[in-house]
Ligand binder design. Structure first.
Ligand code: EPU
Length: 432
């Protein structure tokens, strides 16, 4: 199992490039199951969750080939096993994204139910209910859900009880091959949903309204091969903007999409961070003087992303005053707060709210990653801490950030990856 050793106190300076979005690449890969023709995906980030999804596609009978330059070609000529087994789902909840495409393409799917998760219960009841609305018969037994639609899926009007990102994507992928029209109301408006819709349209789907809360889909009888470039990872780009500010440095984050980062940019500016346009798809972040505490509430897009809450909390430990951080998306996404406190932060948790008093001097400690974004917040805190911080279980980072340590080191961070003695696989099972 790898660890990071980070010596704080070095301002980050220079340029850092954004990778393709993990949360866009995952549904894009699942969408390749909707056609028997080859689909080429560009800017697929080589992170662990992507490798897991590629293995899952291969398990169903699809062929996945990696091309040069982060491109991948998937061909699902024949789906021999429309299944997502427990062994895969337990390591990656987004495996449920194959449910919609498998039922739409083959009329059946067997998908393991995900278990508990470090950040909340995260059930998939809304994905299942939506599929039932399209006429699938769904049964649950032995920890699996089995969905069947022997005569194909039929378009319907679906109102999501609450906004769900992968639920919207799953349903969209099911509806593109259903007979007739599907209207999704209270749909997620995340850029990753829009990216998926654009890819599906290139494959021959008829979709309108992605990016708004009402999406209309006219089913078609088949989809075709296509080529699609994944959107930049807004969460990775946002993490770098915060890294720049917390280290007291000046980073230019390139290859990003500033329009996807508006809520974060507004909060950073309120906190006293200067964010400037640095050319097409590039942003410059510089913390000029003292940081000010600001309150923040996570919301669905275009609100402040829950996937940046942990990193923003790390920043607020260095800001003057009290910051109220409210988490509205997941019920248990404050695991990083305890680790930040061990490094010297003053954070009190009251239900869905974290109250951060700053600035507090952070000092190095041994800290443990509990999930992907919590890990990022610990790395950021370590950049601002005095001494050498040891961060364990960095496989959580590797699930969603491409070479995070190398990218940070290239802009001046004193970060090293070392192998610790424990077995990686063993710890992953325990934490999943
Ligand atoms: N929910 C239900 N039932 C469902 C689906 C969701 O109750 O059937 C609840 C969830 O428990 C949660 C809320 O609805 O409280 C929103 O969850 P959502 O379904 O939107 O989350 P997700 O689709 O499972 C995606 C991202 C997450 C990100 C969330 C919120 C992917 C692969 N994952 O998860 O990303 O936090 O949307 O924006 O797109 C991450 O990258 O670190 C990550 C966790």
């Amino acid at each position: 199992m790898d660890q990071f050793l980070i010596e704080g106190g070095v301002p980050l300076l220079g340029e850092v490039a954004t990778s393709g979005a993990k949360n866009s690449a995952l549904p894009a890969l699942a969408a390749c199951l909707l056609t028997d023709e080859p689909v080429i995906l560009q800017r697929i980030p080589p992170v662990r969750d992507i490798r897991t999804m590629q293995k899952l596609l291969e398990h169903t009978g699809a062929r996945v080939d990696e091309l040069a330059g982060g491109n991948v070609v998937v061909q699902a000529s024949d789906i021999t096993k429309p299944e997502a087994p427990y062994e895969v789902v337990k390591t990656m909840r987004a495996s449920s994204l194959v449910l919609g495409p498998l039922v739409a393409r083959t009329g059946r799917a067997r998908v393991s139910l995900p278990g508990g998760c470090a950040i909340g219960a995260r059930p998939i009841n809304l994905h299942i209910a939506a599929l039932e609305h399209l006429g699938a018969r769904v049964e649950q037994s032995h920890g699996y859900i089995e969905a069947r639609a022997d005569d194909g899926l039929k378009g319907n009007h679906i109102v999501f009880e609450r906004i769900t990102v992968t639920g919207t994507e799953d349903l969209m992928m099911a509806a593109v091959l259903a007979q007739g029209e599907t209207v999704i109301q209270n749909a997620a408006r995340e850029p990753e949903v829009v990216d998926l819709a654009e890819m599906l349209v290139k494959m021959g789907a008829r979709i309108e309204g992605a990016g708004t809360s009402t999406i209309r889909i006219q089913g078609v009888s088949r989809l075709y091969g296509a080529e699609h470039r994944i959107v930049p990872d807004r969460i990775e780009a946002g993490t770098f903007l915060i890294a720049s500010a917390i280290s007291g440095g000046e980073l230019v984050v390139t290859g990003c999409e500033p329009a996807h980062l508006e809520a974060l940019i507004a909060k950073l500016q309120q906190a006293g961070v200067t964010i400037a346009d640095a050319g097409p798809g590039a942003l410059r972040a510089k913390a000029a003087g003292h940081l000010r505490s600001v309150d923040m509430t996570t919301e669905e897009h275009p609100g402040f992303a829950t996937d940046l809450q942990a990193q923003f909390m790390a920043l607020m430990t260095q800001a003057e005053g009290i910051s109220f951080i409210t988490e509205k998306i997941f019920e248990n996404r404050f695991m990083h707060a305890l680790e930040l406190c061990r490094m010297g932060a003053d954070i009190r948790i009251e239900g869905r709210q974290a109250i951060v008093a700053g600035p507090r001097k952070l000092t190095s400690a041994q800290a443990i990653c509990s999930d992907l974004r919590a890990s990022a917040s610990l790395v950021l805190a370590a950049l601002a801490a005095e001494g050498e911080t040891v961060i364990d279980r960095v496989y959580h980072m590797d699930r969603g950030y491409e070479r995070f340590d190398e990218k940070l080191a290239a802009v001046g961070a004193r970060i090293r990856r070392v192998a610790s003695k424990q077995s990686d696989e063993k710890s992953m099972e325990a934490a999943s």
